[in-house]
Design a protein around this ligand. Sequence first.
Ligand code: GDP
Ligand code: IMO
Ligand code: MG
Length: 423
Amino acid sequence: MTKGKVDALLGIVFGDEGKGKVVDVFTPRYDLVARFAGGPNAGHTIIFEGKKFVLRSIPSGIFDEGKLNIIGNGCVIAPDLFMQEAKELETAGYDLRSRLHISKRAHLILPTHRVLDRAYEAAKGKAKVGTTGKGIGPTYSEKASRTSLRVGDILDNFEDKYLALKARHEKMLADLGYTDYDISDEEKVWIEGIKYMQTFPLTDTEIEINRYLEEGKNVLAEGAQGTLLDIDHGTYPFVSSSSTVCGGVCTGLGVAPNRIGEVFGIFKAYSTRVGAGPFPVELFDETGDKIREIGHEYGAVTGRNRRCGWVDLVALKYAIMINGVTQLIMMKGDVLDTFPTIRVCTAYEKDGVTTTDMPYDTEGWNAVYKDLPGWQTDLTSITREEDFPKAFADYIKYLEEELKTPITIVSVGPDRAQTIFRK
Ligand code: GDP
Ligand code: IMO
Ligand code: MG
């Protein structure tokens, strides 16, 4: 029997590329959908039949009955937020326990991890990362320093382990002089969340996934964040704390590299970034405001303004290289419908030096642009590639040539239905 493959769908810029929408569209083709990195810092929006859901920890394949969804070992999970998210889905009529398994090896975010997140940010002064405040950095730090608790820990004598780790955090916070916090209400909901999580299948997901592959079934790995927020390959230190790239699929799910099939790299027809850090294409003028306004570029998790700019070929080429992207998916073309000129960043320039390679230190670089004509046509009701206005077709062709990778899917609106598969 032919063995199954793991296809990866990865954000290849700064996150929020539209991963949730595409995973939802792709799910019918797969047997299993798995998150391999991140936690409730993610916010993946799915819109269909007039309904909207924003998923944080639960994979976006959850709406398709009969498909298994997995929160993999590379993820971190906050029991209280998980409970809130899962109950919303249960209220909407989705039976989760039959289709959602959580890795015993995923790590737990404690309420005190979130306090530590705030304390570390406060201590950074002007150099704040602008985190989502969900305790991501402190939890992954403790995973690496081997002091963290895992989902499997909630199956046995959990209270003692929890109290010991909480006490350790309280000492760390006192050492930082960060004492103005009160987690008592939060903690009650968190403990309720632990009990709620105990009613879910907590499993050895790496074994389940590999069993599926042995049986010839196919898996979709749903990325969180984006390549430029990756702990190794992003704009460090303005990054998240997990492996968001294709390599993270292997470590975050326990699958071997030779099991990876297609690597879908998803990006927007322009760029956004939420949080601090270098962003050479950032627009500070009314064009940036217009993109934000039309694209509703406000964080799905924190509601913060997303910083906006033109598409960045330096970043995209780098991400395609790091991830081995085989197909590109371009989202939100419709947001640029009214712009007479579309700009593309082709290189970075600093102190007379020009580069098309992603520099080690992305601070202080200016974008070099090429201008292309806008299509000035409403794309949102187009359903076939043949009906694309010429300038939009030319934009796609230009990007494909520059990026040496085919753009096989184009999205022209937030709904499931507004997705065009190219031939
Ligand atoms: P994710 O984190 O990568 O899943 O992306 P988010 O959900 O955080 O952000 C993407 C936003 O764009 C969501 O509000 C989506 O509903 C919306 N969206 C996705 N695709 C399109 C599109 O093609 N056009 C428009 N206008 N909106 C889109
Ligand atoms: P999805 O999966 C966009 C950003 C934060 C901050 C940095 C570190 O929806 O694309 P963290 O809380 O992870 O320590 O924050 O990373 N960030 C995201 N930006 N989309 C995301 O997820 C993000 N997850 C984290 O804004 O700059
Ligand atoms: Mg998002």
